[in-house]
Design a protein. Structure first.
Length: 285
């Protein structure tokens, strides 16, 4: 005889939450990565957390360049490079230029599971910290004037000092694509690049077509970041044309015909064309 079956739902555990996520955990003994909660629950971009988790899962020696990461993720270069910068600022990622035993200089990337944490004594040794002499370290301390100059170089010029023609080109982009709305600070930051394009001989209409052609259906970043990426390479200037006028053919001087005294142009004195024709007719007759 078959066992009786009931359609009633199973009773939930008394300690289970009434809302939110309920974890169903499986113990893993291989192919897993340990992440700190500070990294996994980091506020901000989900791309940054995903890139950090992916790098943490890779074995030593794996390429983690922007090109290699773009081949794995569907995001573009702008979001991947931004994620790497955020990890570098937060202390998870470090890039160093080191000299190999053969004398070559290469850039090596170190990834920390805890920012600023000491290496695991049971694991491989951490990267050696570069040490400089005291005199060199003291000489590289920037002065107040250098700090102000550096801050001024990083701060974009105000909108009132930007090239009006470049600002006009950037402002008119929204007429072609309403999504290309720029703030005053963004326009001032993009204006120098547009000015260089104009100085290279590229017309305003050509710049507008280049910046608005084949845009994605949905922006994953601010429109200013997309425009800055397209303006990062300045075109070569248009070759200048020669201002010298073309050489004109030499004009023969005026002569008086020896036969009819009529004026005509010729390189040497003699008879005009009509007199030469009559001379030929007389000789033939």
């Amino acid at each position: 005889m078959a066992d009786p079956q009931s359609n009633a739902r199973l009773r939930a555990d008394a300690g289970a939450p009434t809302s939110g996520v309920i974890h169903v955990r499986t113990r893993l003994t291989a192919d897993f990565t340990v992440l700190s909660n500070a990294l996994a629950q980091r506020r901000g971009s989900a791309v940054t957390v995903g890139v950090a988790a992916y790098i943490s899962s890779l074995p030593d020696g794996s390429p983690v360049t922007i090109t290699a990461l773009c081949e794995h993720f569907s995001e573009g270069e702008i979001l991947i490079s931004r994620a790497l910068r955020e990890l570098e600022v937060a202390g998870y990622l470090e890039r160093r230029r080191e000299r190999t035993p053969t004398g070559q200089v290469r850039t090596r990337t170190y990834f920390y599971n805890v920012p600023g944490g000491a290496p695991n004594p049971d694991g491989p040794a951490g990267p050696p910290k570069p040490r400089r002499p005291r005199k060199q370290r003291a000489a590289t301390v920037p002065t107040q004037a250098e700090t102000q100059a550096k801050a001024g170089a990083q701060t974009p010029a105000p909108l009132s000092k930007a090239d009006p023609q470049a600002i006009a080109v950037l402002t008119a982009l929204r007429r072609v694509d309403p999504r290309l709305i720029l703030s005053g600070q963004e326009a001032a930051r993009l204006a120098p690049a547009v000015t260089e394009w104009l100085a290279a001989g590229v017309g305003a209409h050509q710049i507008t077509e280049y910046l608005t052609a084949r845009l994605p259906a949905q922006f994953l970043a601010r429109p200013a970041a997309v425009l800055a990426y397209r303006l990062k390479e300045t075109p070569l200037p248009t070759p200048t044309r020669s201002t010298e006028p073309p050489a004109r053919p030499a004009v023969a001087p005026m002569r008086n015909c020896d036969g009819c005294d009529r004026g005509f142009r010729a390189a040497h004195p003699g008879r005009c064309r009509d007199c030469r024709s009559q001379d030929r007719l007389c000789a033939a007759g």
